[in-house]
Design a protein around this ligand. Structure first.
Ligand code: AMP
Ligand code: MG
Length: 502
């Protein structure tokens, strides 16, 4: 089957191509169409064969019911046992719009449409193309999201085409879905109206109209044994190909945390992706950084999520880190989807923040203490514990006298010093270790259990320098002076990275 693309110009009246689409639906075929939430895959809700085709095209389990889309309130009265007052009030306030209500069904809609349930999910979309399509087809349109099961819902026609071309008769291209996340689902058949899926219409908005509203336990708790009431919520949800982790906490610490992961990945030849707010996008050093929108604009963030997740699958990233987006509006729905995509993997950067910096060298009496003393002398490093260590220290040697002389001549006082060997006891979850040379890094990782590619780095590489730190060993004072300058330069860069408005 060849899938037609019917491009509809919203600015011109008439929507002439919709008649063709309407005919396809009336004749039992499938048409994907835009709504304000996401693109839907529509078929005649009263035709069991149409519904079967929907399940087949999506690869969707047949016990996962479809939402029936209507264009006029009277169509609701035709298909449910009764219309409770709460449904009337909610419809008055939020229809047409991104709210789906679950009510008791009568016999007009076949059970194939509702996945065997005696309840039915109904929504009146706000999108003009969707409403026109329903009216012109003279059908009620059963429509789940127009993606292959297990993929993010489509927010543009291209997403639909990519997933379903060859499997459906047509897709109407009406531009971007404005909201970009699926509708809020509220169950009005329980004693207390219950949200089964969060969306653009929030709990608070609903409560303002009908009083107390609960949230389905499975949406808040993570207990696997709690069976979600919306059958669709029990299925494995979309997860990007790369492992996705949400990083929450103070944004500066989030940036530092993520960038340290980027460097660790780079060392292993792996590419990292980041989902960033537009305010912070330039602060990440990852190879692929995608802006999801301004953190001040919850709607924009929600609108872009699914596109971004799909875009990442086209890249070669092996890990993705996302900022966390908290807010009172649609952010709740956004975080619900993001958490699912991440398999609930969340780290708190505040707790992971680096507090101890160790410079480690061969015997720990020359370049590593020089780096430690320089860093300690800098502004804005007083919150760090800064240490120097040697990889192998047989005698507690004093500071190399030339290092001491260079430090002193630069106004850095040196106290009591003797070299100390680096051990596992020095390393905890907030420790970062820097070496001057790659061979030292490798030795440390090989020798110590707690040292690894996530916490042990070559200093110049970490700050993005191409050159190594000069080794002055055996040279004169002047060479030690040059080493000092090089280190100072590199450490300034380190402070910028570590200390972003700490
Ligand atoms: P989608 O069409 O992909 O947005 O998915 C529709 C969602 O509505 C799925 O999570 C379904 O499980 C849910 N749903 C549809 N009908 C019912 C119903 N009668 N009772 C509970 N949940 C429903
Ligand atoms: Mg869906």
């Amino acid at each position: 089957m060849e899938t037609l693309i019917l491009k509809v110009d919203r600015s011109s009246e008439g929507y002439d191509k919709l008649d063709k689409a309407a005919r396809i639906i009336k004749e039992g075929g499938l048409v994907a169409f835009p709504t304000e939430t996401v693109y839907g895959l529509g078929g005649d809700a009263k035709n069991p064969r149409s519904c079967k085709k929907i399940y087949r095209a999506k690869g969707r389990p047949s016990d996962n019911p479809l939402i029936v889309h209507i264009a006029e309130f009277s169509q609701l009265e035709d298909i449910v046992e009764e219309v409770p007052v709460s449904a009337r009030e909610l419809a008055k306030e939020f229809w047409p719009g991104p709210l789906t209500m679950i009510l008791k069904k009568n016999k007009v809609i076949p059970r194939q449409t509702t996945g065997g349930l005696d309840t039915i999910a109904i929504r009146m979309p706000d999108d003009e193309i969707a409403r026109e399509l329903i009216l012109r087809s003279e059908c009620l349109i059963a429509a789940p999201s127009a993606n292959v099961s297990g993929k993010p819902s489509p927010t543009i026609a291209e997403h639909v085409y990519k997933d379903l071309s060859g499997r459906i008769e047509a897709v109407i291209d009406g531009g971007q879905a404005i909201i970009g996340l699926e509708s809020t689902i509220i169950d009005l058949t329980s004693d207390i109206p219950t949200i089964l899926r969060p969306g653009a219409i929030t709990k608070e908005m609903l409560e303002r109209v009908i009083g107390r509203v609960d949230i389905d336990a499975s949406l808040i708790g993570e207990g696997e044994d709690i069976r979600p009431k919306a059958p669709g919520m029990k299925y494995k949800h979309y997860a990007p190909k790369a492992e996705l982790t949400i990083v929450e906490g103070n944004i500066s610490k989030v940036v530092v945390y993520v960038n340290s992961k980027v460097i660790a990945n780079k060392d292993r030849g792996l590419v990292t992706g980041v989902i960033a707010s537009s305010e912070n996008v330039t602060r990440y050093s990852a190879e692929v950084v995608k802006t999801i929108g301004s953190s001040e604009d919850e709607e924009e963030l929600a609108h872009n999520l699914y596109s971004i997740l799909r875009e990442f699958d086209e890249t070669n990233v092996s890990e993705i880190y996302s900022e966390s987006f908290k807010g009172d509006g649609i952010s709740k729905a956004l975080m619900n989807r993001l958490l699912k995509a991440a398999g609930h993997k969340v780290v708190n950067a505040d707790k992971e923040a680096i507090t101890r910096i160790i410079f480690a060298g061969k015997n720990g009496s020359s370049r590593s203490p020089m780096a430690a003393y320089i860093l300690k002398s800098m502004d804005a490093t007083k919150d760090y514990e800064i240490l120097s260590r040697g990889i192998l220290v047989q005698f507690p040697e004093p500071l190399n006298p030339k290092v001491e002389a260079v430090l002193l001549s630069n106004g850095i006082e040196v106290g009591d010093f003797h070299a100390v060997e680096l051990t596992d006891n020095d390393i905890n979850s907030s420790t970062i270790i820097f070496t001057m040379e790659e061979s030292h890094r490798d030795k440390i990782i090989g020798k110590l259990e707690k040292a690894n590619e996530e916490n042990t780095f070559v200093l110049p590489a970490y700050v993005g320098d191409e050159l190594d730190i000069l080794n002055p060993y055996g040279g004169g004072l002047q060479l030690y002076g040059l080493c000092f300058e090089a280190l100072k330069d590199t450490l300034n860069k380190l402070v910028n990275i570590l200390n972003q408005e700490r």
